[in-house]
Design a protein around this ligand. Structure first.
Ligand code: GDP
Length: 320
């Protein structure tokens, strides 16, 4: 196998979908070899608690604490708090499980003690026995907002309350212009030993673009001379879960892996798409991208590890 002698990777991810590949990557690469950069554009304050959906989804996935039946949240969840709160007339549109709530209470406590979000994240992940570095994209507030029917809505209103039904006209990453990335993100992007960057099969618009909305992250990515590989979250024209395909259509992109490749085109050098989409291969190669076709549907731990292995081999086999 060809190799450039370096062996450090960085993966950009959102929550549940991207986390599947992160689990695979964490199984084949040590904490020294890979770190994860996580979207915080979905973060919001609810009942006075700081909620970080993607950071928590990844924490549960990496520690095998994720709730497989629900497809989100924490394993073995109970709902006593939410039920009791609703009985008192409290709002219950956002599903706060008892076990999940403990994280938000702890996060609030640690933030109040003066820790940054990155420090709190590191503390919480350690308590979950996770040794890989997981970095929120920023310690500051960047909020994804959805413009629909002329109204600028909070992400959670659109995603949870309105179940992604309204047609999106535009997505705004409020605060991104002035927010600074967590310093370790830039340090890792500028590490001379960096071998490649993986853009996980997350929602490009709601999970990855908020990270890229931080100009210094985007420019650091653009100036890399190592592979930047995106894995398609769209298989055979559909999202495995969630509104990615619907949003692509609404924003004028082709609802396919090709549309994803076109969206990331100037930022990436390599693209991974599913066996089901092999017919799109030559069109994606015409964009100037190196393409890998393999199974990208991750149902089991073996699927996750196998895809991670394919992605890393794809990087190792490439010289730009
Ligand atoms: P969220 O923040 O929880 O919405 O999760 P992400 O943004 O990280 O991931 C959402 C995306 O993951 C959706 O577009 C799904 O199509 C994609 N996804 C989920 N499971 C899989 C899978 O097994 N394979 C691939 N290729 N994509 C997946």
């Amino acid at each position: 196998m060809k190799t450039n002698g370096k062996n450090k990777y960085l993966a950009f991810t959102g929550g549940v979908g991207g986390a599947k590949l992160c689990v695979g990557l964490s199984k084949i690469l040590s904490a020294f070899e890979i770190a994860f950069v996580v979207n915080t554009g979905d973060d919001f304050t609810h009942l006075d608690f700081p909620i970080c959906p993607d950071l928590d989804s990844l924490m549960y996935a990496l520690s095998a604490e994720n709730n497989e039946e629900l497809g989100w949240g924490r394993k073995g969840e109970t709902w006593n708090f939410l039920r009791s709160f609703a009985e008192l007339g409290g709002e219950n549109w956002f599903q706060l499980g008892d076990r999940d709530l403990a994280i938000h209470v702890m996060r609030k406590q640690l933030l109040r003690e003066g820790l940054t979000l990155a420090e709190v994240t590191s503390e919480l992940y350690q308590r979950f026995g996770i040794s890989h570095a997981v970095l929120p994209m920023t310690n500051e507030q960047v909020s994804t907002k959805i413009q629909s029917q002329g109204e600028l809505k909070s992400f959670q209103k659109y995603f949870v309350k309105e179940k992604c039904e309204p047609k999106i006209e535009k997505i705004v990453y409020h605060g991104s212009k002035h927010a600074k990335p967590v310093p370790a993100v830039l340090e890792k992007l500028r590490d001379p030993d960096l071998s490649g960057v993986v853009i996980c099969p997350s929602n490009p618009f709601l999970s990855i673009d908020p990270i890229l909305s931080l100009e210094t992250i985007k420019s650091a990515l653009l100036s890399l001379d190592v592979p930047v590989v995106a894995v398609s979250p769209i298989i055979y024209g559909s999202a495995v879960k969630g509104p990615t395909d619907k949003i692509m259509g609404e924003l004028g992109f082709t609802q396919s892996a090709l549309g994803v490749a076109e969206h990331y085109d100037n930022l990436i050098t390599h693209f991974v798409l599913d066996n089901e989409d092999v017919n799109l291969c030559s069109e994606i190669e015409k964009l100037g991208l190196s393409v890998l076709v393999c199974n990208t549907l991750m149902k089991t731990l073996d699927d996750k590890t196998e895809l991670a292995d394919n992605v890393i081999k794809f990087i190792k086999n490439s010289f730009i």
